[in-house]
Each structure stands twice: as C-alpha cells, then as structure tokens.
Design a protein around this ligand. Structure first.
Ligand code: SAH
Length: 395
C-alpha cells in the first residue's frame, strides 16, 4: 500500500500520461485538489484506479507535475537517483571536470524530468531555482541529494527562488543552504572568464543557454564592428572582443549588468580599449546613435511569459527587429533571439520575416539556433524548446 493519496483522472484523460507528458491539468482530475497541500506527493490513476504516475501537487491549471512514472517513494534516495542521472548525462556531454567550461546546467526542469526545478553549476557552487512552491517544499531533500552525489566537486548550494516563487512561499528568501560565500564566483566558459553574481543577478546569475551561440558569434567577429543589445553581463561581448572584433559596443538597461559587463571584458583582456557600454534602453540607443554595425545581437528577455501575452510579444519582436535591421551594414549579420516559451520557432521565423519585409532588406537565414546540450528537451514535452535564434545575412 502506498503512503500517498491517489487521484483519479476522468475517463479518456490518461493518454497524455501514457505518452509520458509530465503535466496533469486540473480539468483532467475527477476531484478538486484544493485541500491537498502544494508539494504533497500523489499517485495518479486512470478512471478505473490503475496506476499511471507519481507527482507533486501545485494549485493552478497544471494541478500535478509528474516526477516518476513508477509507483515509488519520493524520498532522498529518489532525489539521489535523479541527480546522479543528470550528473552522468552532463559527464557524458563533457561538462564535468572540464577546465575550459566549468559552468553548466545540471538540472533543466521538464527536460530532466523534474518540472519546476532548475540547478545551475558554477565552478563549485550549485544555484537552485524553484519555479513552483510545490518543488520548493522538497528543497532540503534536493540539497541533501546534491551534496551526496557531487561530493568534493560541490562547495556550496545557493537557493535563488524568491523571485521565481513571486512571494508564494513566505520563507523563500535567497541564501546559502549548504556551504557559504567563500567559494569562487569566477567561472570559465569555452576558456573565457566571467564573474557570476548569483546573489543579485538575473535568473541564476548567468545565461548558460547562449554558450554555443556565443561561440558561433565569436567565429564571425574578427575585424568587425559589433553591437550587443540586451547584453546583460556581456556573454556575447566577451566572445566578440576575444575573437578579434574591431569594436564592441554593449547595451543593457540594467546599470548593475553593465558594471559587471565592464569587469568581465577587462577580466579577459585588461588592456582592451576597443569597447563601449551604456546602461540604456535598446530602442533609445537605436534612436540616439546613427552608427551601423557589421554584427548585431538582439537577445531580449522573454516578451511573453504566458499565452495571453503572445500577441503583444510578437508585435514587440517585430518592432525590435525592424529597428535592428536599420542598424546592420549591407553584408552584415544579425543574431536575433526569442526565449519566450509560448512563441514557437515557426511563429518566430514568421515574425522575423515580416520585420524583414517591412525593413525592405534582403535577408538570408544562415543558421537556426537553439539551446545547448545541457538544456535538453524532453521529447514528450516539446514546449521545453524555449530558445530560438536566427543568424541572418543582411544584404
Ligand atoms: N544576452 C545576454 C542575456 C540577455 S537577458 C547574455 O548572453 O548573457 C536580457 C537582458 O535584457 C537583461 O540583462 C535585461 O536587463 C535587459 N533588458 C531588458 N529590457 C531591456 C531594454 N528595454 N533595453 C535594454 N536592455 C534590456
């Protein structure tokens, strides 16, 4: 007999779980689950009582998020097995004990089978971001399992969940849950150095998902005039600078981001004087400066956080790309991205197409970009493919 409460689905609603999709919508359940606390583990059965999956409760339209398709206990051993699995995959992908790249995503939500949980590893410090209050309740066990699996590779665990939980859990303040702040916050990515601010920075402190795309940008940077908009702490800017760009200009609306960006540029080349940065809104920068560039990067934050905001988001991407096209020299390249999960790649491509038409520029798609290997997509949950990018040759 399982310790966990069983929740039955309505007849015919079992199909998505049989196809290993990790969500149960509230409308698919026979009974309301308001009385079951968030984070509580439940067994999901079909309408006849046959076991389908084990998951945790979250109040909202996604009522249960699946953790396992086995009837098993979600205890510390479960979390050890999960994290071991993620760690072994990262080892197979070449991230573990890699002197050139010592920061990577260890746990990528649904892509690694745990909806709502992100763990990024920064040269000895794991930063955990819980996106649901349900998973937050399991944080002590997850931390214990991390320490058990990573052993000496792990110096500290930092909980960075207060922003993503939007105050849903009162005690969810950010801070170390293992170790302290004495571990280094300097990381290497493809041999380049970055200072990561997981305490006050955005997300877990660094955008690991652009690693491969930054390398591609580096490949095209030599001798170029580069403008990196929405630059954050300068991921793309450092690659451009270190790959021999003639000039690298960077723009971000956040002053803190620009301060760290300048530090990161000098960290890699203390002599560099061919870069500029400005804490300013991208559209205002475009208005104020006439300069044209060989290489332009547009990597805005998610314009649509939910499906309701999709239309306005598409208008936003179109407007941004129209303004962007105006800044690219004939024969230049534009790297343009969307990280909105609700905007799929087809829709994104169509939006860029309409921006190109409106700009009256001849445009060729030369690369189609996405997230890197440590941000896997569960094939049964294609919504997990959130990062989309195009590299455009602008004639
Ligand atoms: N390309 C970055 C990540 C970008 S995240 C990297 O590789 O690390 C999005 C960034 O856009 C954030 O740093 C945020 O501060 C910035 N931002 C948001 N709105 C902006 C605006 N209107 N103009 C300029 N920057 C903006």
């Amino acid at each position: 007999m399982s310790l966990y409460q069983s929740l039955a689905l309505k007849g015919g609603k079992e199909r998505s779980l049989q196809r290993f999709h990790p969500w149960v919508f509230s409308g698919a359940l026979q009974n309301e689950i308001k009385k079951t606390a968030e984070g509580e583990i439940v067994r999901i059965t079909d309408s006849k009582g046959n076991f389908l999956a084990t998951g945790y409760v979250q109040h909202g339209s996604i009522a249960v998020r699946i953790l396992s398709f086995i009837d098993e206990a979600i205890d510390v051993n479960f979390w050890i097995r999960k994290i071991e699995n993620c760690y072994e995959i990262r080892r197979a992908l070449g991230f573990v004990n890699n002197a050139e790249t010592n920061c990577y995503r260890l746990m990528h939500g649904e892509g690694d089978g745990v909806s709502g949980l992100i763990i990024d590893f920064y040269n000895g410090t794991a930063v955990i971001q819980c996106h649901t209050s349900g998973i937050y309740k399991h944080l002590p066990l997850i931390t214990e399992a991390l320490v058990h699996v990573l052993k000496d590779d792990l110096k500290a665990v930092f909980n960075k969940s207060s922003e993503t939980l939007h105050g849903a859990v009162e005690e969810a303040s950010n801070g170390f849950v293992f170790g302290d702040g004495s571990a280094t916050n300097l990381v290497k990515e493809n041999g380049f150095q970055f200072k990561v601010d997981w305490q006050t920075g955005q997300k877990t402190g660094f955008f690991l998902d652009q690693r491969d795309n930054r390398a591609l940008l580096g490949h095209y940077s030599k001798g170029k005039d580069v403008l990196n908009t929405f630059a954050y702490t300068g991921g793309f800017s450092v690659y451009a600078l270190m790959n021999g760009a003639k000039q690298v200009d960077s723009v971000d609306v956040s002053k803190n981001a620009i301060t760290l960006l300048n530090e990161n540029m000098l960290l890699n080349n203390s002599q560099a004087d061919n870069f500029n940065s400005e804490a300013i809104d991208t559209f205002s920068y475009f208005k104020l400066h006439d300069k044209l560039y060989d290489l332009l990067i547009l990597d805005p934050p998610a314009f649509a956080k939910n499906i309701g905001a999709k239309h306005n988001a598409l208008m936003g991407y179109k407007r941004l790309n129209i303004e962007g096209f105006k800044k690219v020299k004939p024969g230049g390249l534009m790297f343009t991205f969307s990280c909105s999960q609700v905007v799929d790649s087809h829709t994104f491509n169509q939006t860029i197409l309409s921006a190109a038409i409106e700009s009256n520029r001849k445009v060729k798609v030369i690369h189609r970009l996405t997230q890197p290997a440590d941000h896997p997509v569960n094939i049964f949950h294609p919504e997990g493919e959130y990062l989309k990018g195009l590299v455009l040759f602008v004639e």
